[in-house]
Design a protein around this ligand. Structure first.
Ligand SMILES: [Zn+2]
Length: 273
């Protein structure tokens, strides 16, 4: 079932952030210009594969996070590489459609390995299509938000959480880009080691029932569950704070209104306990 409907003047209304203004922007955007803009002003290497929805969604994410960081008075390092790909150039076909790599990896055929914290999105023909897929997954209780940018925001949050971990604990792995950006710290465990421990760390059945109710099925899956719970939580509250793509609430205020049991799990996940 589609959530969008028509108003009395026969205008299309979306209930998950998408609106006519954004659809017009999608038509008008030049992905190549956005790539140049992101590199020049933010040092982000973007490969949008001429995808208008991919270019616009990521540019909107950048604005959303810039505004969020201003509100929360924090500053996190932006993802080094954004890539829109098609499945036939993917080395590992079993990958999820969108993903963020914690460490350097070969992702695309005939390409160099990418640095850790890079983000990949599968190419879709339009924001409307992405909107429909996301709404559908939300209605089936798979993901935490129906917002058309939710899957993009989710991956950006992974990249920011990795920045947070590597800044705090140092990196300590083989990726040259990350070695340069995150030198060793006094911590006895490196970020690399912490992530390898987190890969299989999971919550209890009792905790998973709460996670399922609030965030949906995806956050209960076992691989990197601690990172997924954090990302799905932030995605949910960021998206619920937006009208279209503009903040009208503070996500942390929404988080404070959640049940105590849920907050206890979040604390545990944040501290890797
Ligand atoms: Zn994820």
């Amino acid at each position: 079932m589609k959530i969008y409907q028509y108003d009395k003047d026969n205008h299309l209304i979306f209930k998950s952030g998408l609106n006519r203004k954004i659809l017009n922007k999608e038509q008008a955007i030049y992905p190549l210009n956005e790539e140049i803009f992101l590199e020049k002003h933010f040092g982000i290497e973007a490969h949008f594969s001429n995808s208008k929805p991919g270019a616009l969604a990521n540019t909107l994410c950048l604005n959303i996070f810039k505004n969020l960081f201003k509100t929360l008075k924090i500053n996190l390092s932006l993802p080094p590489v954004l890539t829109i790909y098609t499945r036939n150039i993917l080395i590992d076909r079993n990958n999820a459609p969108n993903f963020c790599i914690p460490d350097t990896r070969e992702i695309l055929k005939d390409d160099y390995p990418f640095p850790g914290r890079s983000i990949f999105f599968e190419k879709f023909e339009s924001l409307q299509k992405i909107n429909d897929i996301t709404e559908n997954r939300y209605n089936n209780h798979k993901v935490s938000s129906p917002h058309f940018l939710a899957s993009f925001i989710h991956e950006w949050i992974h990249s920011f959480q990795l920045d947070n971990i590597y800044t705090k604990y140092g990196y300590g792995g083989k990726c040259e880009y990350l070695q340069k950006q995150y030198p060793k710290t006094d911590s006895h465990k490196s970020g690399y080691k912490i992530l390898s421990e987190l890969e299989t760390k999971t919550l209890s059945n009792f905790e998973n029932n709460i996670i399922y109710d609030i965030l949906g099925e995806y956050a209960t899956s076992s691989k990197y569950q601690y990172l997924e719970v954090f990302s799905e939580t932030m995605t949910k509250f960021i998206c619920e704070s937006l009208k279209g793509t503009t903040f009208v609430k503070n996500p942390l205020e929404l988080l404070k209104k959640t049940p105590k049991e849920f907050q206890a799990i979040l604390k545990k996940v944040w501290l890797f306990q």
